[in-house]
Design a protein around this ligand. Structure first.
Ligand code: HEM
Length: 120
């Protein structure tokens, strides 16, 4: 149940991020509206909150928890890249966008495999 909520917030977070990136290209004025400013913060808070609740529910801190630390570190990178994407234009913006998407994919794979170095 909680995991389904977590997965739903991930999807909503992705939709809101990609949606705002698209808006920043086609209609940046709309981004100034309260709904586009506040909603992503609510979704992302719920996403992180549900992640924390899953950590407690699953008793993950009493076992092997390196993958959770990796998720949090890469999450910070994802947030920083997201801020960068919304402030920049041109090649730097799209490079940061690709890097942000790579962070999400990494976080997702680490969540499933529980292996920080799944790629080696
Ligand atoms: C963008 C951010 C995040 C993404 C993309 C993400 C992705 C996922 C995915 C795909 C799963 C399902 C794994 C499975 O069913 O095997 C999951 C579960 C989980 N996530 Fe996240 N997550 C994110 C943020 C967080 C945060 C911030 C935390 C807490 C610090 C967290 C903690 C957990 C825990 C404890 C589980 C349950 C693992 C299990 O029971 O197997 N997640 N996450």
């Amino acid at each position: 149940m909680l995991k389904n909520l977590h997965l739903t917030f991930i999807l909503l977070s992705l939709i809101s991020f990609i949606g705002r990136v698209i808006l920043s290209e086609i209609n940046p004025i709309l981004l100034k509206r309260k709904v586009f400013n506040i909603t992503p913060h609510i979704i992302n808070t719920l996403l992180i909150g549900s992640g924390f609740a899953l950590v407690i529910q699953g008793g993950w801190l009493s076992g092997e928890y390196g993958w959770i630390v990796a998720k949090l570190l890469v999450l910070i990178g994802y947030i920083g890249l997201g801020v960068f994407v919304m402030k920049r234009h041109g090649a730097a913006k799209w490079l940061a966008f690709i890097a942000a998407m790579a962070c999400i994919v990494y976080i997702g794979i680490v969540a499933v495999t529980k292996n920080v170095f799944f790629f080696i």
